[in-house]
Write a protein that binds this ligand. Structure first.
Ligand code: AR6
Length: 178
């Protein structure tokens, strides 16, 4: 499923983000940037040990911020590491922190001249963000970013399982078109 926002494409696919050939893939990391489980573990395995070595030099990452590294053995030349909110811990601030994780990732992509970015569903695994709440925030933040930054041409959400894809498809159908 895909839509156009201005001249940019926003698309939803089911798959493994480590296999994507976009200019960057986004990692749902933790503030240490030193690896973990879920998509973070898969990205570090796919990139190889040089990624961890570079991440050690990045000085960690605050919740809602993003840092860029090389992609090493991945098809994508870059990994943008962001940290989403922990749903139960961050409470009322969780929606803005989730939006910030997407927005900062795209700002970093734009600052580095990148044109295509693949995202996983940030915070909806180990960090416990309910999918039905997270998906509309993710899609609206990306659609709003496109309106202000025509340099980004493609954002692909790479959703690991059918349930996650279905939640994003439902949210995309309901996305306000203003
Ligand atoms: N490709 C795409 N999506 C994936 C992949 C993959 N290869 N593997 C898992 N997912 P999570 P979070 C999906 O837990 O909630 C880590 O330990 C997964 O099914 O990876 O932001 C970090 O170090 C889910 O839909 O990230 C942090 O400590 C989504 O990715 C913490 O987990 C996000 O799940 C971050 O938690």
């Amino acid at each position: 499923m895909q839509i156009k926002v201005n001249n940019a494409t926003l698309e939803l696919v089911q798959g493994d983000i480590t296999q994507q050939g976009t200019d960057a893939i986004v990692n749902a990391a933790n503030p240490t940037l030193l690896g973990g489980g879920g998509v973070d573990g898969a990205i570090h395995r796919g990139a190889g040990p040089d990624l961890l070595a570079e991440c050690r030099t990045l000085g960690g990452c605050e919740t809602g911020d993003a840092k860029i590294s090389n992609g090493y053995n991945l098809k994508a030349k870059h990994v943008i590491h962001t940290v989403g909110p922990v749903y139960r811990r961050d409470g009322k601030q969780a929606p803005e922190l989730l939006a910030s994780a997407y927005r900062r990732s795209l700002e970093v992509a734009s600052e580095n001249g990148l044109k295509s970015v693949a995202f996983p569903s940030i915070s909806t695994g180990a960090y416990g963000y309910p999918l039905t709440e997270a998906a509309p925030i993710a899609l609206k933040t990306v659609a709003d970013f496109f309106k202000a930054h025509p340099d980004i041409e493609l954002v692909r959400f790479v959703l690991f399982d059918g349930k996650t894809l279905a939640a994003y498809e439902e949210a995309l159908k309901r996305l306000p078109s203003d």
